[in-house]
Write a protein that binds this ligand. Sequence first.
Ligand code: TMP
Length: 197
Amino acid sequence: MTLEGVDGAGKSTHMAWIADRLRAPGRKVLVTREPGGTPLAERLRALVLTEHMDPIAETMLLFAARADHVQREIGPALESGAWVLCDRFTDATFAYQGGGKGVPAELIAHLAQVSHDGLMPDRTLMFDCPYEVARSRLDRADKTPDRFEREDGAFFERVRQAYLGLARADPKRIRVIDASGSLEEIKKQVEVEISGL
Ligand code: TMP
């Protein structure tokens, strides 16, 4: 399962309790994130979030990180019978680098095929909210914004629309969560989505 969404939608706040809920029936659950999840991928994350770079270079670094992550962590976990809960995956590349920065979707699909053999999550919760809500959350957050969080409203809107397009194309896998309300309201929607798993 993956969590996705625009910056400021608050998805990461929900990781821990969702993981607990998935573990409740006695399942093993690997909780991880992208870019990151292995020592190499975390180093690539630091570069991608801080260095100014060409969108194609950025896309290839994200897939280099992802290939390492899938090979060393996600693949072995799935093979051992564990579930994987990952904060972002390839949908984020379609939304940010594809929708946000104009990298061709065919290139992203090709890199996905070669770096993780088309492996995709069984279920994705996509946290969606308008720019104003996300911006005010990011401005209140007690952390220095990264390269993506500093982008403007137009970039945010392109990423958001790309995510919504992905959800429309695959509504069985990608469930849209209205993340504009309170934590409790968001939690209730997530409960509905994961209750049958
Ligand atoms: P995070 O803040 O959710 O940990 O994600 C880090 C940033 O990286 C976030 O702004 C989105 C961006 N990102 C991409 O642009 N493309 C990707 O493929 C991934 C996984 C993340």
